[in-house]
Design a protein around this ligand. Structure first.
Ligand code: GH3
Ligand code: MG
Ligand code: MG
Length: 376
């Protein structure tokens, strides 16, 4: 039998870890490591032996320095969970290391030294992933100073192989290209940042739209539209409940004499009572129950898998809690009461029909003097 995946030895997991963020950082590292390795192989290829400065010690020195740097940065990135170095610090470190490699390579690669300058562009582009445009610009300047210093040193000490005019021209071209690349990558970073912001704004807007589509603004209960979806989902869950299975109960609740509250205390007071009613009723519900604002001061309550007696008990608890409501700053003449029509869903009855029956029962509760539940 194959051992479970998580206990199996995985070299990739050992080398690159399981964290996706670390994975990505090590992918960048691997990309640069391949580039360095390519340079090392070229250095040892022997084709530069004709170059006057390609002393074998210098080649070995740069080879060792580069390999040591690659290994060192691998360890730093891999152990960064414990070291907690900022990505900026790691990127600057790798950037500066690459610049020193470039300076060294420029000094020993003779007639091909111009090609090594392309490495400087790679440093700038690589660092845009982790650095802000200003920081990338600073690193590009560090590269220019390093390479400029190397060129100056070479033309001052070995003008035969590093003619001052050639070095000067090379430096000017390198400086122009390096600054242009820095500017362009900076623009790309700004574009990326703007896109990220826009994506976040869109996600927030989508969240708001989702909330507005499902939640009643005043009471924070489910709105009528969402309740219809809940009922449709409930019909799909139990298309035709079998005999003996607890039915779903529906209750239509309507606050008594609510218009009087509005008329006597103002619309804001009415809103306060609606919110208080919603909070009080919600406090008595189980996790699976759904209470929605069906319209005005009318609420629809769905109690899934509930016997009518149990539903009556829930409504009695709501009644007691609502009666105890005392909205702050509001001296009501009468306690808040509601009338309700309660129905158990019959077999595979459509909820729309159950609601119609509950509505009739509610009408009866009102006619019979309010503050009561009529079961139909
Ligand atoms: P009954 O006992 O027969 O139910 O009488 P009632 O006064 O509660 O019922 P009626 O249907 O006459 O009045 C309901 C009132 O609810 C009328 C309407 O202005 C008010 N109303 C509806 N929506 C809101 C709201 O969002 N806020 C406030 N403050 N009032 C609302
Ligand atoms: Mg009413
Ligand atoms: Mg009403």
């Amino acid at each position: 039998m194959r051992p479970p995946v998580q206990t199996r030895f995985s070299l990739a997991r050992l080398l690159f870890g399981a964290d996706p963020k670390l994975h990505r950082m090590l992918q960048y590292w691997a990309a640069t490591a391949i580039l360095y390795l390519f340079f090392i192989i070229l250095l040892y290829d022997g084709r530069f032996e004709s170059a006057p400065h390609a002393a074998p010690q210098a080649m070995h020195g740069l080879g060792l320095y580069t390999a040591g740097g690659i290994a060192g940065f691998y360890l730093l990135v891999r152990a960064n969970r414990a070291l907690r170095l900022a990505p900026t610090t790691l990127a600057v470190g790798q950037g500066l290391f690459a610049i020193t490699c470039n300076m060294w390579a420029y000094s020993i690669t003779g007639p091909l030294r111009g090609a090594t300058l392309m490495g400087l562009m790679v440093v700038v582009v690589f660092c845009t992933f982790a650095l802000r445009p200003r920081q990338t610009l600073a690193l590009a300047f560090a590269g220019l100073i390093g390479m400029g210093g190397t060129m100056w040193w070479q033309q001052a000490h070995d003008p035969l192989h590093y003619p001052p005019a050639v070095e000067g021209l090379t430096f000017a071209i390198m400086a122009a290209c390096s600054l242009a690349v820095t500017f362009l990558t900076g623009e790309m970073t700004k574009l990326r940042t703007r896109l990220t912001c826009q994506r976040e704004e869109l996600a927030t807007a989508l969240d708001t739209i989702r909330t507005l589509a499902t939640v009643d603004e005043l009471t924070a209960l489910a709105n009528r539209r969402h309740m219809n979806e809940v009922l449709a989902a409930e019909e799909r869950r139990q298309p035709a409940p079998e005999a003996g299975v607890k039915p779903s109960c529906l209750a239509l609740l309507d606050i008594d004499f609510f218009k009087q509250i509005n008329d006597r205390h103002g619309h804001a007071a009415g809103d306060l009572v609606l919110r208080g009613f919603a909070d009080a009723a919600s406090a008595e519900l189980r996790a699976g129950d759904v209470l929605a604002r069906w319209g005005g001061e009318e609420f629809l309550l769905l109690l899934p898998d509930t016997a009518p007696q149990a539903a009556q008990a829930v409504l009695a608890r709501i009644r007691a809690r609502v009666a105890a409501l005392a909205p702050p700053g509001l001296a009501l003449e009468r306690r808040i009461t509601f009338s309700a029509g309660l129905c158990a869903r019959r077999g595979g009855e459509a909820f729309a029909d159950t609601i119609k029956r509950a509505d009739k029962a509610l009408y009866q509760a009102k006619s019979a003097g309010r503050d009561q539940v009529v079961e139909a």
